[in-house]
Design a protein around this ligand. Structure first.
Ligand SMILES: CSCCC(=O)C(=O)COP(=O)(O)O
Ligand code: ZN
Length: 206
């Protein structure tokens, strides 16, 4: 029952992110926890057009990202990043998308190794309700070797919710539930878009 519920949740998130056109060129991958101790999760199959809805969209993997049982299909090439999320935290869902805004932000702020946001109402969607809350998103290099990328990513995976930008690649966001992860992803993309638009407007004025 829980497995099917999680499957449907992930399928619904995939459809919603597809409707936002957040899977260009087959990019992006999504994962949802289906069991604890030992960890098991569903992850999108590699290389597929995530805008399509097919019976082979997800595979079921173990705590090291290996297929469970007799399945065919290939887990996402970036499954190891989701492995780090589910093994290091109690998060229930991990979402990775490539957007133009998150790529441009990651390049603009990549040398600083992070971007910080403050003074924006939408920061409350990230669970930060206090006055003058500041949110920091680390930016890591886009190592081609996935175990190296996963190790760099893992250095920032401590809490049940979080986000990491991979330079000129995309963002990975995780949270306790699929609803929370999608909400936080939308909030980060809002902040990225706002920042870029504001910088463009300021340059046009000056
Ligand atoms: C075509 S995008 C390059 C791979 C990538 O970064 C990605 O997010 C999709 O990889 P997957 O294996 O999950 O389809
Ligand atoms: Zn990617």
């Amino acid at each position: 029952m829980t497995f099917l519920k999680r499957y449907e949740e992930l399928r619904a998130v995939k459809q919603e992110l597809a409707a936002r056109d957040w899977f260009p060129g087959t990019s992006g991958n999504l994962a949802i926890r289906t069991a604890d101790q030992p960890t098991e999760f569903l992850v999108t199959a590699s290389g597929k057009d995530k805008r399509q809805d097919t019976p082979d969209d997800f595979v079921h993997v173990d705590a090291s990202g290996q297929l469970i049982g007799e399945q065919t299909g290939r887990p996402s090439a970036e499954t190891l990043l989701h492995v780090e999320v589910f093994n290091r935290t109690t998060a229930g869902c991990s979402l990775h998308v490539h957007t133009i805004d998150n790529n441009v932000i990651s390049e603009l702020y990549g040398d600083q190794g992070e971007i910080r946001f403050a003074g924006q109402e939408i920061i409350k969607a990230l669970g930060r309700w206090e006055e003058n809350a500041e949110v920091r998103v680390p930016i890591i290099p886009n190592y081609a070797d996935i175990p190296t990328l996963a190790a760099a990513f893992a250095a920032h995976v401590h809490a049940e919710s979080g986000a990491v930008l991979i330079r000129n690649h995309g963002i990975t966001v995780w949270a306790p539930t699929a609803f929370e992860a999608k909400k936080q992803l939308e909030a980060f993309e809002f902040l990225f878009s706002y920042t870029l638009k504001l910088q463009t407007c300021r340059q046009a004025i000056h």
